[in-house]
Design a protein around this ligand. Structure first.
Ligand code: SF4
Ligand code: SF4
Length: 123
C-alpha cells in the first residue's frame, strides 16, 4: 500500500510478466538444421546491418536480427509466416560485415518449413 492508500497498480503501473527462456524446453531442431546447411550464421555479431538494409523491412516488420535471435533460442513456432515476407533479394548478404550468407539462411529456413519434419509446430 502507498501512503495515499493505493497500491502501485492503481497509479498505472503493472508488473511485467516473467520472461524466462528455458533452453531445455525449446526445440533446437531448426537451428541445428540451418547451421549444418549454412555454418556462416555462427559468425553473426548481431550488428543489425542486414536489418537496416532489408528491402522487406522497408514495408513489413521483417527483421533478420530478430529472426536470428529467435532461431538460436529455439523459439521458432511463429517463424513460418514471417518468412513469407522475405523476397530473397540478397541485399542483406551484401552488407554483412561478417560474411554471413543471410540469404541462404532464410532460404534454408523456408526449405525446412516446406519439409514435413518442420511444417508442424516444433513443440
Ligand atoms: S549484418 Fe551480418 S553480422 Fe550483422 S546482424 Fe546481420 S547477419 Fe549478423
Ligand atoms: S533477402 Fe530478405 S532479409 Fe535479405 S534484404 Fe532481401 S528481403 Fe531483406
Amino acid at each position: 500500500m502507498d501512503i495515499a492508500g493505493k497500491n502501485k497498480s492503481q497509479f498505472g503501473y503493472s508488473l511485467t510478466k516473467g520472461r524466462q527462456i528455458d533452453y531445455d524446453k525449446n526445440n533446437m531442431k531448426l537451428r541445428d538444421f540451418v547451421i549444418s546447411n549454412e555454418p556462416s550464421l555462427l559468425l553473426c555479431i548481431g550488428c543489425g546491418g542486414c536489418t537496416a538494409t532489408c528491402t522487406a523491412g522497408g514495408f513489413t516488420n521483417f527483421n533478420f536480427r530478430k529472426l536470428h535471435n529467435l532461431l538460436m533460442r529455439g523459439e521458432t513456432n511463429n517463424l513460418e509466416e514471417s518468412m513469407k515476407k522475405c523476397m530473397l533479394c540478397g541485399k542483406c548478404k551484401l552488407v554483412c560485415p561478417r560474411g554471413v550468407n543471410t540469404r541462404n539462411v532464410i532460404f534454408t529456413i523456408k526449405r525446412a518449413f516446406a519439409m514435413t519434419d518442420f511444417s508442424k509446430p516444433l513443440k
